[in-house]
Design a protein. Structure first.
Length: 317
Protein backbone atom coordinates (compact mmCIF):
# COMPACT_ATOMS: atom_id res chain seq x y z
CA UNK A 1 0.00 0.00 0.00
CA UNK A 2 1.24 3.47 -0.89
CA UNK A 3 0.76 5.80 2.06
CA UNK A 4 -0.59 9.33 1.53
CA UNK A 5 2.12 12.01 1.35
CA UNK A 6 0.92 13.64 4.60
CA UNK A 7 1.43 10.30 6.39
CA UNK A 8 4.88 9.74 4.90
CA UNK A 9 5.96 13.25 5.95
CA UNK A 10 4.24 13.28 9.34
CA UNK A 11 6.55 14.12 12.28
CA UNK A 12 5.94 11.08 14.46
CA UNK A 13 6.56 12.22 18.06
CA UNK A 14 6.94 8.99 20.04
CA UNK A 15 9.97 6.94 20.97
CA UNK A 16 9.36 3.74 22.90
CA UNK A 17 6.17 2.67 24.66
CA UNK A 18 6.29 5.22 27.50
CA UNK A 19 6.10 9.01 27.40
CA UNK A 20 7.10 11.69 29.91
CA UNK A 21 7.78 15.39 29.46
CA UNK A 22 11.39 16.31 28.79
CA UNK A 23 13.40 19.08 27.18
CA UNK A 24 13.90 16.69 24.18
CA UNK A 25 15.60 19.20 21.90
CA UNK A 26 17.92 18.39 19.02
CA UNK A 27 19.85 20.43 16.46
CA UNK A 28 17.83 21.35 13.37
CA UNK A 29 17.33 20.87 10.54
CA UNK A 30 17.90 17.13 10.64
CA UNK A 31 16.14 14.38 8.68
CA UNK A 32 14.21 11.88 10.79
CA UNK A 33 13.19 8.55 9.32
CA UNK A 34 10.01 6.97 10.63
CA UNK A 35 8.08 3.77 10.02
CA UNK A 36 6.17 5.67 7.30
CA UNK A 37 8.81 7.88 5.66
CA UNK A 38 10.81 10.90 6.76
CA UNK A 39 10.50 14.52 7.87
CA UNK A 40 12.59 17.39 9.22
CA UNK A 41 15.01 18.14 6.39
CA UNK A 42 14.24 21.88 6.58
CA UNK A 43 13.19 24.32 9.28
CA UNK A 44 10.19 25.47 7.22
CA UNK A 45 7.88 22.93 5.60
CA UNK A 46 6.00 24.27 2.57
CA UNK A 47 3.84 21.22 1.96
CA UNK A 48 0.68 20.75 -0.09
CA UNK A 49 -1.46 22.43 2.59
CA UNK A 50 0.58 25.66 2.59
CA UNK A 51 -1.78 27.86 0.56
CA UNK A 52 -4.87 26.62 2.42
CA UNK A 53 -3.32 27.16 5.84
CA UNK A 54 -2.08 30.66 5.00
CA UNK A 55 -5.56 31.59 3.73
CA UNK A 56 -7.02 30.34 7.02
CA UNK A 57 -4.50 32.41 8.99
CA UNK A 58 -5.37 35.53 6.98
CA UNK A 59 -9.07 34.97 7.68
CA UNK A 60 -8.44 34.55 11.43
CA UNK A 61 -6.32 37.71 11.59
CA UNK A 62 -8.98 39.55 9.64
CA UNK A 63 -11.56 38.61 12.28
CA UNK A 64 -9.32 39.00 15.30
CA UNK A 65 -6.34 41.35 15.08
CA UNK A 66 -5.48 40.44 18.67
CA UNK A 67 -3.82 37.24 17.44
CA UNK A 68 -0.87 39.54 16.66
CA UNK A 69 0.58 41.12 19.80
CA UNK A 70 3.86 42.93 20.37
CA UNK A 71 5.33 44.98 23.17
CA UNK A 72 6.88 48.23 21.97
CA UNK A 73 10.50 47.28 22.65
CA UNK A 74 10.24 44.21 20.37
CA UNK A 75 10.04 45.93 16.97
CA UNK A 76 13.77 45.45 16.25
CA UNK A 77 13.42 41.75 17.07
CA UNK A 78 10.39 41.53 14.77
CA UNK A 79 12.42 42.90 11.86
CA UNK A 80 15.18 40.45 12.74
CA UNK A 81 12.64 37.62 12.67
CA UNK A 82 11.21 38.75 9.32
CA UNK A 83 14.55 38.84 7.56
CA UNK A 84 15.58 35.50 9.04
CA UNK A 85 12.33 33.80 8.00
CA UNK A 86 12.24 35.22 4.46
CA UNK A 87 15.87 34.16 3.98
CA UNK A 88 15.05 30.66 5.24
CA UNK A 89 11.95 30.47 3.04
CA UNK A 90 13.86 31.49 -0.09
CA UNK A 91 16.47 28.82 0.63
CA UNK A 92 13.76 26.17 1.07
CA UNK A 93 11.17 26.71 -1.68
CA UNK A 94 12.26 27.65 -5.24
CA UNK A 95 8.98 29.54 -5.68
CA UNK A 96 10.22 32.16 -3.19
CA UNK A 97 13.05 34.67 -3.60
CA UNK A 98 14.58 37.39 -1.45
CA UNK A 99 16.81 39.76 -3.39
CA UNK A 100 18.98 42.45 -1.74
CA UNK A 101 18.61 45.76 -3.58
CA UNK A 102 21.24 47.80 -1.77
CA UNK A 103 21.10 50.17 1.22
CA UNK A 104 19.09 47.75 3.41
CA UNK A 105 16.44 47.30 0.73
CA UNK A 106 15.04 43.92 -0.32
CA UNK A 107 12.61 42.55 -2.88
CA UNK A 108 10.53 39.57 -1.75
CA UNK A 109 8.56 37.43 -4.18
CA UNK A 110 6.37 34.46 -3.31
CA UNK A 111 4.95 32.90 -6.47
CA UNK A 112 2.85 30.41 -4.51
CA UNK A 113 0.83 33.21 -2.92
CA UNK A 114 1.20 35.78 -5.71
CA UNK A 115 2.96 38.22 -3.37
CA UNK A 116 5.70 40.69 -4.35
CA UNK A 117 6.98 43.29 -1.92
CA UNK A 118 9.91 45.70 -1.90
CA UNK A 119 10.85 47.03 1.52
CA UNK A 120 13.60 48.74 3.46
CA UNK A 121 14.77 46.84 6.52
CA UNK A 122 13.57 48.61 9.68
CA UNK A 123 11.10 50.88 7.84
CA UNK A 124 7.52 49.91 8.73
CA UNK A 125 6.03 52.27 6.15
CA UNK A 126 7.94 50.60 3.30
CA UNK A 127 6.54 47.20 4.26
CA UNK A 128 2.98 48.45 4.70
CA UNK A 129 2.31 46.41 7.85
CA UNK A 130 4.14 45.28 11.01
CA UNK A 131 7.09 43.02 10.11
CA UNK A 132 6.02 40.12 12.34
CA UNK A 133 2.55 40.06 10.82
CA UNK A 134 3.98 40.06 7.29
CA UNK A 135 6.31 37.22 8.24
CA UNK A 136 3.33 35.21 9.49
CA UNK A 137 1.56 35.78 6.19
CA UNK A 138 4.41 34.06 4.32
CA UNK A 139 5.41 31.10 6.53
CA UNK A 140 3.08 28.39 7.86
CA UNK A 141 4.36 28.47 11.44
CA UNK A 142 2.99 30.43 14.36
CA UNK A 143 5.69 32.81 15.66
CA UNK A 144 6.52 33.80 19.25
CA UNK A 145 9.47 36.02 20.20
CA UNK A 146 11.09 35.56 23.61
CA UNK A 147 13.05 38.48 25.04
CA UNK A 148 15.85 37.92 27.56
CA UNK A 149 15.95 40.20 30.61
CA UNK A 150 17.96 39.69 33.80
CA UNK A 151 18.59 36.04 33.05
CA UNK A 152 14.97 35.16 32.27
CA UNK A 153 12.87 34.80 29.13
CA UNK A 154 9.58 36.58 28.45
CA UNK A 155 7.01 36.11 25.67
CA UNK A 156 6.92 39.69 24.40
CA UNK A 157 5.64 39.36 20.80
CA UNK A 158 3.90 36.87 18.56
CA UNK A 159 1.48 36.01 15.79
CA UNK A 160 -0.39 32.86 16.78
CA UNK A 161 -3.50 31.70 14.94
CA UNK A 162 -3.26 27.93 15.47
CA UNK A 163 -2.80 27.65 19.23
CA UNK A 164 -3.79 24.53 21.15
CA UNK A 165 -5.76 25.56 24.24
CA UNK A 166 -3.91 28.81 24.89
CA UNK A 167 -3.91 32.45 23.75
CA UNK A 168 -1.01 34.66 22.67
CA UNK A 169 -3.04 37.68 23.80
CA UNK A 170 -3.29 36.26 27.33
CA UNK A 171 0.36 35.20 27.72
CA UNK A 172 1.93 38.40 26.35
CA UNK A 173 4.63 39.54 28.77
CA UNK A 174 4.63 36.33 30.82
CA UNK A 175 7.87 34.71 31.90
CA UNK A 176 8.91 31.33 30.53
CA UNK A 177 8.01 29.73 33.86
CA UNK A 178 4.56 31.35 33.95
CA UNK A 179 3.87 30.24 30.38
CA UNK A 180 4.21 26.59 31.36
CA UNK A 181 2.33 26.74 34.63
CA UNK A 182 -0.61 24.58 33.43
CA UNK A 183 1.61 21.71 32.21
CA UNK A 184 1.36 18.79 34.68
CA UNK A 185 4.45 17.16 36.23
CA UNK A 186 6.86 19.55 34.53
CA UNK A 187 7.92 21.32 37.71
CA UNK A 188 8.22 18.11 39.69
CA UNK A 189 10.36 16.59 36.96
CA UNK A 190 12.34 19.81 36.41
CA UNK A 191 11.82 19.96 32.64
CA UNK A 192 10.82 23.63 32.49
CA UNK A 193 13.78 25.05 34.45
CA UNK A 194 16.13 22.86 32.39
CA UNK A 195 14.53 24.08 29.17
CA UNK A 196 14.94 27.74 30.12
CA UNK A 197 18.59 27.23 31.06
CA UNK A 198 19.15 25.54 27.72
CA UNK A 199 17.54 28.39 25.78
CA UNK A 200 19.49 31.04 27.65
CA UNK A 201 22.70 29.28 26.62
CA UNK A 202 21.90 29.38 22.90
CA UNK A 203 24.27 31.41 20.72
CA UNK A 204 23.36 33.67 17.79
CA UNK A 205 22.25 31.58 14.82
CA UNK A 206 21.69 28.39 16.84
CA UNK A 207 18.63 26.39 15.78
CA UNK A 208 17.07 23.53 17.72
CA UNK A 209 13.85 21.56 17.45
CA UNK A 210 11.45 19.62 19.63
CA UNK A 211 8.07 17.94 19.17
CA UNK A 212 4.96 18.27 21.29
CA UNK A 213 1.75 16.26 20.85
CA UNK A 214 -1.86 16.26 21.97
CA UNK A 215 -5.28 15.66 20.40
CA UNK A 216 -7.84 17.58 18.38
CA UNK A 217 -11.37 16.67 17.34
CA UNK A 218 -11.79 17.36 13.64
CA UNK A 219 -9.23 18.88 11.32
CA UNK A 220 -9.02 22.04 13.43
CA UNK A 221 -5.82 24.09 13.47
CA UNK A 222 -7.30 26.93 15.51
CA UNK A 223 -7.92 25.36 18.92
CA UNK A 224 -7.15 28.57 20.80
CA UNK A 225 -8.90 29.86 23.90
CA UNK A 226 -10.55 32.46 21.66
CA UNK A 227 -12.50 29.70 19.88
CA UNK A 228 -13.11 27.43 22.87
CA UNK A 229 -16.89 27.81 22.48
CA UNK A 230 -16.53 26.04 19.11
CA UNK A 231 -13.98 23.29 19.71
CA UNK A 232 -14.95 22.67 23.33
CA UNK A 233 -18.39 21.60 22.17
CA UNK A 234 -16.90 19.43 19.41
CA UNK A 235 -15.05 17.29 21.97
CA UNK A 236 -18.42 16.10 23.24
CA UNK A 237 -19.52 15.03 19.77
CA UNK A 238 -16.93 12.36 19.00
CA UNK A 239 -19.02 10.01 16.87
CA UNK A 240 -16.29 8.23 14.88
CA UNK A 241 -12.83 7.90 16.44
CA UNK A 242 -11.16 7.07 13.14
CA UNK A 243 -12.37 10.16 11.32
CA UNK A 244 -12.99 12.65 14.15
CA UNK A 245 -10.04 12.22 16.51
CA UNK A 246 -6.70 13.61 15.31
CA UNK A 247 -3.20 13.28 16.67
CA UNK A 248 -1.95 16.87 16.88
CA UNK A 249 1.83 17.32 16.63
CA UNK A 250 3.69 20.61 16.89
CA UNK A 251 7.14 20.80 15.35
CA UNK A 252 8.69 23.58 17.44
CA UNK A 253 11.88 25.31 16.30
CA UNK A 254 13.94 27.52 18.61
CA UNK A 255 16.29 30.02 16.95
CA UNK A 256 18.54 32.63 18.56
CA UNK A 257 18.17 35.59 16.21
CA UNK A 258 21.53 37.06 15.14
CA UNK A 259 20.94 40.81 15.41
CA UNK A 260 18.50 41.27 18.31
CA UNK A 261 19.50 38.25 20.37
CA UNK A 262 15.83 37.35 20.91
CA UNK A 263 14.76 33.73 20.70
CA UNK A 264 12.27 32.96 17.95
CA UNK A 265 9.89 30.13 18.77
CA UNK A 266 8.24 28.65 15.67
CA UNK A 267 5.26 26.31 16.00
CA UNK A 268 4.17 24.28 12.97
CA UNK A 269 1.02 22.24 13.61
CA UNK A 270 0.36 18.90 11.91
CA UNK A 271 -2.88 16.92 12.20
CA UNK A 272 -3.33 13.21 11.50
CA UNK A 273 -6.71 11.43 11.89
CA UNK A 274 -6.68 8.08 13.67
CA UNK A 275 -7.89 6.46 10.43
CA UNK A 276 -4.58 7.40 8.79
CA UNK A 277 -2.41 6.83 11.86
CA UNK A 278 -3.36 3.14 11.92
CA UNK A 279 -2.26 2.72 8.30
CA UNK A 280 1.21 2.34 9.85
CA UNK A 281 1.12 -0.79 12.06
CA UNK A 282 4.14 0.24 14.13
CA UNK A 283 2.49 3.58 14.95
CA UNK A 284 -0.77 1.88 15.91
CA UNK A 285 0.94 -0.45 18.38
CA UNK A 286 3.19 2.23 19.87
CA UNK A 287 0.43 4.81 20.22
CA UNK A 288 -1.81 2.30 22.01
CA UNK A 289 0.98 1.40 24.42
CA UNK A 290 1.75 5.04 25.22
CA UNK A 291 -1.90 6.04 25.70
CA UNK A 292 -2.47 3.06 28.00
CA UNK A 293 0.53 3.91 30.20
CA UNK A 294 0.09 7.72 30.46
CA UNK A 295 -0.54 9.00 34.00
CA UNK A 296 -4.10 10.25 34.39
CA UNK A 297 -3.24 13.97 34.65
CA UNK A 298 -1.08 13.80 31.52
CA UNK A 299 -3.77 11.94 29.59
CA UNK A 300 -6.30 14.59 30.64
CA UNK A 301 -3.98 17.46 29.67
CA UNK A 302 -3.37 15.99 26.21
CA UNK A 303 -7.09 15.45 25.63
CA UNK A 304 -7.20 11.64 25.86
CA UNK A 305 -8.43 11.19 29.44
CA UNK A 306 -12.18 10.82 28.99
CA UNK A 307 -11.94 8.87 25.76
CA UNK A 308 -9.01 6.62 26.71
CA UNK A 309 -10.98 3.35 27.15
CA UNK A 310 -12.89 3.86 23.90
CA UNK A 311 -9.74 4.86 22.01
CA UNK A 312 -7.73 1.87 23.26
CA UNK A 313 -10.54 -0.51 22.31
CA UNK A 314 -10.60 1.03 18.81
CA UNK A 315 -6.82 0.80 18.39
CA UNK A 316 -6.63 -2.81 19.60
CA UNK A 317 -9.55 -4.22 17.66
Amino acid sequence: MILPARVRRFPWPLEGDRYRYSVNVEPAPRVHRTAAGEWGGAVLDFNEAYETELAERAAILGRDRGRHVELEHMRAASWDALLHLLTEAAATDPAMTLTPCGDREFHWENARLGVARRFRFGDDDSLGEPPLRFAASQVPDDIVLLDEREGRLFADAGVVTFASNWSIRFVLGMSFTELHGPVPRDFADGAIPRAERFLLGMQAGDCYRRLNWSSTVGHRLDASLETYDEWGAERGRLSDIGDDLHLRVEAQHLIRLPMSGSIMFLIRTHLLPMRELVLVPAWREQFAAVIAELPDEMADYKGYGEIRPELLAWLRR
